[in-house]
Each structure stands twice: as C-alpha cells, then as structure tokens.
Design a protein around this ligand. Structure first.
Ligand code: GLU
Length: 424
C-alpha cells in the first residue's frame, strides 16, 4: 500500500488551513467530541455563481461570485461581501468560519457566512459595480434573507453596495426589506455608529489589553497597517485616547513620523485624494514590511490576511498586536509570536465590533425604531469589553494564548447549542 504523501509545506499559508489549525488546537484543548468536530469544521453550504455583466464599453465580462455559509447553528448566518482580485473559495471558506467564531465570541445570535466576487472595483465604474452587485443579489436571492443569511460590507464594498443589494432584494419580493443586509446608508435604515464600529471595537480591545499589560495609553506608540474603514477609525479613536500613532499605511505605501501623525489630517487628506495616502506630507515614506517591524507598543494589522507570517514574525517588536483585519497572522507565525511574549487580541475578538453593530442595525430594522449613536456605542463597548474579559479569563484557565482562548469560547458555545438543537 502506498502512503499518501503529506502536503508539502508552502511558503504562503492558506487562510482556511490557518483557521483549521487553530480550530484543531482549541477543539483538542476543550476535549470536543469527534462527531461535533466534524460538524463544525465543514461549511454548511457553498455557492458559486457566474455573473455575466455588460461593461460600459458594451463587452460582456463574466465574474465569479461566492457565498459560503459556514454555520447557522446560532441563528441566521451573517457576514460581509468582499470585492477583490484575490477572492477564492478557500479564502471565503476561512472568512465564513471566522464569522461563526466571531459571532459566538461576542455572543450574538448569528451563524457565520462570507461572500465575495473576484473583481477589481478600483478599475470599474459605479455603473458596472452596481450591475455586478444586483446580478450577485439576484443569483443569491434564495440564499439571502433577514432570517436566513444577512450580508454586510467587507473589503472593497461599503454602504453604496449594500443599498443596491437591499433594493434588488426588495424589488424581487415586492416589499421593502431593509433587515436583509447591514452596513446600509443611514437613510435606508443603517445604524448610527456602524461605519466606525469595527475600528471602535479595535480601540476597546486595545485599551483592555493595554490595561492587562500595564501600558499607559498616554505613553504608548502605535503603528496601523491599512488605512481603510477599520484602520483609520481605530487610529483616530486611539489617538483621541492619548496614543501616539507613529505609522500608517495603505496600498500607496507606509508613512512614518516618530513624533506622531495627526490622524484627522491624514483622514482628511485621504478623503480629498481619491481614497489614497499617496503624497501625504509630514511623514517619511517607509516600506510596508518596515511598518510591521517598528519598535512600537501596539501594532494593528487592519488590511488583509497573512501579513504576519513565519517570514517576518521573528522581527516583530510590538508588545501587543490587536488584529483589525481577519486572519492577518498566519497559523505558523502564532508560536513565534507567543514565544516572544507578544500579546495578541485576535481577529475573531478584536474586530467583532463591526458585526456587533450590524446586529444592532438588524434589531433596529426589525423594531422599526432608531437608536441614538450614544446607545449604540455604549452597548457595543460593553459587549466588546465583556468578550475581551471572557477570552482573557479563558486563556488563564486553559493556559493558552488569547487566540486559542477565543476559539475555545466560540467552539464551546456553538457545540453546546448544536447539542440542544440536535440534527438528523
Ligand atoms: N465584514 C465584517 C467582518 O468581517 C462585518 C460583517 C458583518 O457586519 O456582518 O466582521
């Protein structure tokens, strides 16, 4: 009998493998039954659609769209839609599973899902993006639904796309159904506080972690990789709480000033400059990798997966990493980071502020009632802080990293719920 050769060690980890390897460690630590292990590791549904779109020049281009529902054990599945050239099934599967764990960590009644279209929205006109969004919604009309599967923004999408999705869905059913999607513009039933929610949750997690590490925010420095919706709000809110943000970056490069970058000015500059930091003054331009390796107290990767890997983990000098992005640290870098004594507030905990306020948006839509921004922030801050404390306690109880502790909290919750619900 021939042995099946183990998969070769790749330089670049696949996000689904990264997710599974943490899931595996947490499941073993928790002593999860084999049966439940198998239930939780397999996505419930994977949908792949081809979307032929008439481009502005009259040509027809076919785009690939995905929606993976990882789990609906805790409730209707929830998760964003990503428009990016890197979108592929393995990535969407990992992101969908992370949504399941994320919703469970913050204890909101949702399962996990994720969607994506392989496209480059930066090179498409608004009309092309609108047709693509409507075609995607129409192809998934049986999948989406306020009690079934509720999309939201992710990389490359925002309130504009969510408005088209909501409109297309509502037209198909002949009634306005704003609870089918979250992250909508305010006038369409969006929630106050949703836009900044993920960055705000990153700030709450960072302050909670700094308290444990006895880092004084007024003496702390911070580097933020990624200056989109998550990174820019996290940087702004941390600056307001006394931190000195010494470096920020986006696709145009990284910008460093040891005296501190004025974040509101950087945001203003970016907004006027077509969404890019290119040409920003008052900071030295450095390499993107250099930013990750700066000697700062707090590092916030807020862009995409696999930026802290075995290639650079050894050189990371921050005392604390708070993950604004999903999956920014590869599983094989975990041990290096842990051995260096760096605390990590992991993605499924630290960036859960976005989905938490998505949940509030959905609740408000179903109530037909609008909360004040103050109520939204107060409630989401409380949820984030309680989730942090719960994960911290679990990490001490099981003597594991904060990341594995977050998976333990999540898997335990979903497994217990599954046992009550039962199956076929
Ligand atoms: N895309 C965001 C995330 O990864 C938000 C998802 C949501 O609000 O449903 O957490």
């Amino acid at each position: 009998m021939a042995y099946i050769e183990p998969a070769p060690i790749k330089d670049k980890e696949n996000p689904f493998e990264s997710m599974m390897s943490r899931f595996h460690i947490a499941a073993q630590t928790l002593g999860l039954d084999d049966e439940i292990y198998n239930v939780l590791k397999s996505p419930a549904k994977q949908v792949l659609v081809s979307l032929p779109i008439t481009m502005d020049d009259g040509s027809i281009q076919v785009f690939e769209g995905y929606r993976v529902i990882h789990s609906n054990i805790l409730g209707p599945s929830k998760g964003g839609i990503r428009y990016d050239m890197g979108v592929n099934l393995d990535e969407v599967k990992a992101l969908a599973a992370w949504m399941t764990w994320k919703c469970a960590v913050v204890d909101i009644p949702y399962g996990g899902a994720k969607g994506g279209i392989r496209c480059n929205p930066r090179q498409m006109s608004a009309g092309e993006i609108e047709r693509l969004t409507r075609a995607f919604t129409s192809a998934l009309i049986e999948i989406f639904g306020p009690d079934r599967d509720i999309p939201a923004p992710d990389m490359g999408t925002g309130p504009r796309e969510m408005a088209w999705l909501m409109d297309q869905y509502s037209r198909s059913y002949g009634r306005t159904e704003n609870a089918v999607v979250t992250g909508k513009p305010l006038v369409l039933g969006g929630s106050l506080g949703r836009q900044e929610a993920t960055g705000r949750g990153v700030m709450v997690s960072a302050l909670a972690a700094m308290e444990k590490l006895k880092i004084n925010p007024y003496r702390a420095t911070c580097a933020v990789q990624g200056f989109g919706n998550v990174g820019s709000f996290a940087a702004l809110l941390l600056e307001e709480r006394g931190l000195k943000v010494v470096a920020i970056s986006d696709l145009s490069g990284a910008y460093y000033n040891p005296k501190g970058i004025q974040i509101h000015e950087a945001i203003e500059y970016r907004n006027k400059n077509n969404g890019s930091l290119e040409g920003m003054e008052g900071a030295e331009k450095i390499g993107g990798d250099e930013l990750l390796e700066l000697d700062v107290d707090l590092l916030i990767p807020a862009a995409k997966e696999d930026v802290i890997t075995i290639q650079n983990a050894e050189r990371i000098k921050a005392r604390l990493i708070v993950e604004g992005a999903n999956g920014p640290t590869s599983a094989r870098a975990d041990n290096i980071i842990n051995d260096k004594g760096i605390m990590v507030a992991p993605d499924i905990l630290a960036n859960a502020g976005g989905v938490t306020v998505s949940y509030f948006e959905w609740v408000q839509n179903r109530l037909g009632y609008k909360w004040t921004g103050e109520r939204v922030n107060r409630r989401s801050d409380r949820i984030m802080k309680e989730a942090f404390d719960n994960v911290y306690r679990t990490s001490i109880e099981y003597k594991v990293s904060m990341r594995i502790a977050a998976y333990i909290v999540a898997i335990d919750k979903v497994a217990k719920t599954y046992k009550f619900r039962g199956g076929f």
